[in-house]
Design a protein around this ligand. Sequence first.
Ligand SMILES: Nc1ncnc2c1ncn2[C@@H]1O[C@H](COP(=O)(O)OP(=O)(O)OP(=O)(O)O)[C@@H](O)[C@H]1O
Ligand SMILES: [Mg+2]
Length: 498
Amino acid sequence: VSEFVNLLPSPSSLISSLRDIGYSLETAVADVIDNSISANSRNIDILFSWNSGNPWLAVLDDGCGMTMDTLINAMRFGSTSPLEVRAESDLGRFGLGMKTASLAHCRRLVVFSKQADAISCCMWDIGLLNVSNENMWKLAILDNEAISQTPVLNYLFQEYLSKYPSGTLVLWEDMDRVREDGSEKNFNAALFSVRQHLELVFHRFLSPDAGLKKVRISMNGDNLQAFNPFFTKSLATQELEEQRIYIGGNVITVQPFVLPHHSKVSRQEYEEYAGKDGYLHNQGFYVYRNRRLIINGTWFRLIKKEELNKLIRIKVDIPNSLDHLWKIDVKKSYAFPPEAIRNELKSIVDKIVDRGQKVYRHRGVRISSRIQSPVWVRKAKGGTIVYEINNDHPLLTELSNQLPITSRALLTNYLKIVEAGFPTNMFYNDMASKPEEVRQPALDKDDLTMLLDVFLNTWSSTEMTEDEMVGKILLIEPFASQTQLVRQILANKETLGE
Ligand SMILES: Nc1ncnc2c1ncn2[C@@H]1O[C@H](COP(=O)(O)OP(=O)(O)OP(=O)(O)O)[C@@H](O)[C@H]1O
Ligand SMILES: [Mg+2]
């Protein structure tokens, strides 16, 4: 090296690029809330207004607040190195979140903080960076007068921040991304999504375990309600034993849950706990870093998402001291376990999958070999599964025998098109999305009586005893799965076969 030049990044181009690292409105707001929680806040209010097409959003907390020096450093891109050891309860990692999350959605970020009666206020304004050719990272400092001239800021200070002994206000103004999205209606819809996201991501702060302090979060005055994805308040949820994985002096806890089968809870509850994209999508691990949900509904490629496992959700708690291993991203919406942990998780998953499938199959397991003459047969071979109509069903044999030979081929062909025409995809979609609404057409007492007569009449001319007839009947579908009703019908007949 013969020389060094101090080559600073161009503020306007770097910020423009950082705006597009992929923060959704949900993940961006959550990132700002992380800071409030790390600052020990008990009350966090999210306030927002469409403001006739000039929308703004503010996150206000009663946390520890910042002095001017701390605030200025906090406004720096890369305020703390990811290599620095953080307090156990700190939700931050990169020293970037507040800036990148905010500026992904607004062009003016004002941070206003109060500590020990001193107020400090700073602003990044993309507009101001763009006009200067001086390549300067011009952070604006706002004094009392500047604050009082900014109506939204002034209002939020008077109404909220001034009433707390300490706290911080993060204000997004000139929210160009939502404004481009068009209307107040879209803005409100986007904020409804934000609400749902926060109710899930921060549910363990909104409704903490015993001994931990509760955090109240509101949106325009309406308090958020914790959404616990494990549905622990239902007695029908299976809570399996917590397991621990030790890694370099740190501990990861893993607790599997099997959510209730739809027949065990009300329809409304079943749908509520399906979550935004449904059970199928939401199965898998739920990874929490310091109780804050980072990633959910993934099996980390250990197994595939399957209909049969859709009721399994596994809570994984990781400490922030293992961040480097988990590939946590800036947006706190991604994590991937290292090989050693993946192996441990795999063995836990293998054990639990069986439990989940039992709940999922519910009464289905009863379809056993007791039935000798089913209507449908399931054939699995060479990696494919087909359902076929049982050609040996006694009723079909009987029907076939009664038909003139010339018509028998027609019957066989018709059955083939019934088999081939089964709407597999439609059925699968319905079972996956709303299994509780799918009904199998049932045979009532009259149908069964009529069908029974067919068999009894045929057998009446044989040497079979009544007991033998009953025994045989009860192995044939549809009688086999309704033995009680069949016995009742038979008991009401004076003599079988008449
Ligand atoms: N609401 C707040 N109350 C008190 N201090 C805050 C608040 N918000 C931000 N800070 C301070 O500003 C710093 C920078 O925040 P920022 O979100 O940019 O980075 P981080 O939280 O350290 O890491 P990450 O990029 O992972 O979020 C924080 O470390 C904290 O010291
Ligand atoms: Mg942060």
